[in-house]
Structures are given as structure tokens and as C-alpha cells.
Design a binder for this molecule. Structure first.
Ligand code: UDP
Length: 369
């Protein structure tokens, strides 16, 4: 029989240390999940790039830091790009440590959207689970994720059903959603604030559409996020009237949520198959209604007319119309959705259930509530 408390190895993203912002949403996913899994009584060792610091410690948590060069991120390469591993790369070093430790642990959970750990899963007799953090941004990644999921469907999970549809799966995908610590986000009842947008400042996030909407309404747009692509940001600045964007920078969660909570509406305008959209759940945690393109994960988080509005991708007029109706959304509904679907406790339970079922080779489907 499977024991109730697990010993887990978590291998972090190899794109920047946790807290750098370079890894995008996966950074907060890992931190929140660790807290949730510790709460459930599991023991964890985290393998992560040097520089990583967690905002808490716990007697059942150990961190192994790994020095080395970041992996290039797949979303900024062409679809046909081959696998590349730089000299002195943090990725293989992290997996060497994981392999050495594996026989003392029940399972490994991988957060790297990268080829090596997926390929290893086919080769070694160790239970490696993968929480896939992106849609199919590269052909070689699509191929390996599809292959592993066909061989070991119980070892692969996705954040949303729409994200999973990018891959060639033979079975019903395991969907675990995502989760964030309730205690880190405060409900703000103010209904009259500005418009907000957050995300990495990069083309796949579609900031220009939100600026277009704010510009049409003659309003300011508050923008938070890591400046990943400077050329893209300057082009947006040039294309629109000065003073529309109020750049707020990349803030730690406590300050980010405080400022985010003052918004009357949060806009989400992705141009890719967004796997989940952390910032959507975070906005709702603060009570802020979200107006998003019905593309990828956002389409599964927003209950149209209840916690926000969904509009067709690239539909600027639809966004403008939705903003004009945003007062119809009760801010309490947004927080209630967050607590029910996206707290780190419910997320950790879904992940626990996935891992336990996977260790029992017992295939499951949607683990979302
Ligand atoms: N974020 C942050 N501070 C900021 C703006 C954003 O910490 O000032 C974080 C946010 O909490 C979220 C991540 O950036 O976890 C963006 O993740 P998302 O899933 O929205 O997009 P991704 O970057 O993964 O494509």
C-alpha cells in the first residue's frame, strides 16, 4: 500500500533562479506548491539554480542550489529549433543531483519545460513526473511530451485542458490547474481604480492590445512585469500617446498584489496558447475582475459574467465593451473563485492525488474541482 506522506524531489526551472522573474509563472507555481505540499505533510528537496531563496523555511524542506548557465527559453526560439544545452548548463547538473538522490525518494517532479528530463523518463527506472508549463512552443518539445505521455500518461500533467490540446495524447489528460497562497493576497473592495495589465513584457503576451484599449478609453494602463524584450516595449511606447502606460516594474508578490488590488479591471491579452495565466488568478485573489481573450488557460479560469468577461482573441472592441460593463461583476465572486479553485492548498491536493495515482499507475483524468 502507498504511504500517505511522500518524499519528493522537485526540480526547478533552469531558466533563472526562483525570484528572478526570468522563469515566468512557473517560479510562483513552484513556491506556492512547495508550501501546499509541506502543509499536507510531505517531505521535499528542491533542486534549483543558485540565487533561489524561498520566502519561508520548514524542517521538512531542503534546498540544493546549482551553479551554472541558464537554459534558453523555448518560447523565444523558432518552432524548428533543435535542443541546445549550453556549456556549464544548470539543467544537466540539476538532473545529476536528482538521479543521485532518487533511490531515497518516492518521486521526482519536474518543472523544466525542457527535453532532457522528459527523455530521461523513458530511459531510467525512476518515477519522474512532469508538470508541463507551456503549450507546444517547439516541435521537438511537442514530440517528446507527446511520446512520454503516450508511454506513461499518469506521469504528465497540464495546467489547463486547452494547453494539453497542443500535444498528441492517447488518453484523457491529467489537469491540475495551478495555485497560490491565500494568505499572500488581500481582498480589495475598491471598484473605481485604474485598468491593469501584468506579464512578461514580450510579444506573446500581447501588451499592445491592452494599451490600444486604454488609449481608446483615454485612460492610463498600469503595467507590471519583467522587461524581457526591450525592443518590443519601446515599439509600444512609440506607437501610442505618451503617458498611457504607467510602468510599475517587476515587483515581489506582496507589493504586486497590493497595487494590483487597487485596479477596477485587469486585462489579459495573450497571443499564444497561454498554459494557465497566473496573473489572472492573482488578480482575482485580490477581488479584481478579469477581462481576457478566450485563448488557452484564461478561457478555463474566467466564468463569463461571474468573475470577469471573455472576449474573442484580438477583439479590441469586445474588450472595450466588457470594460464598460465591469461594474456588473461582484468583486467577492472573484475572490470566491480563487479560494475554491486556485488556492495553493487545493492545488497541492490535486498534485498529491496525481502523484499518488501515478505511483499506483492508476490513470486519472481532470483533477480540477
Ligand atoms: N509577477 C511578479 N511581479 C510583477 C509582475 C508579475 O512577480 O510585478 C509574476 C506573477 O506573479 C506571475 C508571473 O510573473 O507568477 C507571470 O506568470 P504568468 O503565468 O502570468 O505568465 P508567464 O510569464 O508564465 O508566461
Amino acid at each position: 500500500m502507498l504511504k500517505t506522506k511522500l518524499k519528493l524531489i522537485l526540480v526547478s526551472t533552469p531558466i533563472g533562479f526562483l525570484g528572478s522573474g526570468k522563469g515566468g509563472g512557473v517560479e510562483l507555481t513552484i513556491i506556492s506548491l512547495i508550501k501546499g505540499l509541506l502543509f499536507l505533510g510531505h517531505e521535499i528537496i528542491l533542486i534549483a539554480p543558485e540565487g533561489t531563496k524561498l520566502p519561508f523555511d520548514n524542517e521538512h524542506l531542503e534546498i540544493r542550489l546549482v551553479e551554472g548557465i541558464d537554459q534558453p527559453s523555448w518560447q523565444h526560439q523558432s518552432k524548428e529549433s533543435p535542443v541546445s544545452i549550453p556549456c556549464n548548463s544548470v539543467l544537466p547538473k540539476s538532473w545529476e543531483i536528482a538521479m543521485e538522490l532518487a533511490d531515497r525518494y518516492d518521486a521526482i517532479i519536474n518543472f523544466a519545460y525542457d527535453w532532457l528530463p522528459l527523455w530521461l523518463t523513458k530511459i531510467v527506472d525512476i518515477k519522474i513526473f512532469h508538470l508541463i508549463s507551456m503549450g507546444a512552443e517547439s516541435l521537438v518539445m511537442k514530440e517528446i511530451i507527446s511520446e512520454v505521455s503516450q508511454l506513461m500518461p499518469f506521469q504528465i500533467a497540464f495546467h489547463s485542458r486547452r494547453q494539453s490540446q497542443d500535444y498528441l495524447l492517447n488518453t484523457d489528460p491529467i489537469i491540475v490547474g495551478n495555485g497560490f497562497d491565500n494568505e499572500d493576497y488581500f481582498f480589495n473592495k475598491n471598484e473605481n481604480g485604474p485598468l491593469g495589465w501584468a506579464g512578461r513584457i514580450a510579444p506573446e503576451k500581447g501588451l499592445e492590445d491592452a494599451v490600444k484599449v486604454a488609449s481608446y478609453l483615454g485612460e492610463k494602463l498600469l503595467v507590471w512585469g519583467l522587461l524581457e524584450n526591450k525592443e518590443y516595449a519601446s515599439k509600444i511606447e512609440k506607437d501610442f500617446r505618451q503617458g498611457i502606460i504607467e510602468w510599475k516594474g517587476f515587483l515581489p508578490t506582496d507589493e504586486f498584489q497590493k497595487q494590483l488590488g487597487r485596479c477596477r479591471a485587469f486585462l489579459n491579452t495573450p497571443k499564444w496558447n497561454e498554459a494557465y495565466g497566473n496573473v489572472i488568478a492573482e488578480a482575482m485573489a485580490c477581488g479584481v475582475p478579469v477581462i481576457a481573450y478566450d485563448l488557452g488557460g484564461p478561457g478555463e479560469l474566467i466564468e463569463d459574467g461571474i468573475n470577469g468577461f471573455l472576449v474573442q482573441p484580438n477583439d479590441i472592441e469586445g474588450m472595450i465593451k466588457a470594460i464598460k460593463s465591469v461594474s456588473k461583476i461582484k468583486r467577492h465572486n472573484c475572490r470566491a473563485w480563487f479560494e475554491k479553485k486556485a488556492s495553493n492548498k487545493v492545488f497541492a491536493k490535486r498534485v498529491e492525488s496525481w502523484i499518488k495515482k501515478g505511483l499506483n499507475k492508476n490513470l486519472s483524468g481532470n483533477l480540477q474541482d
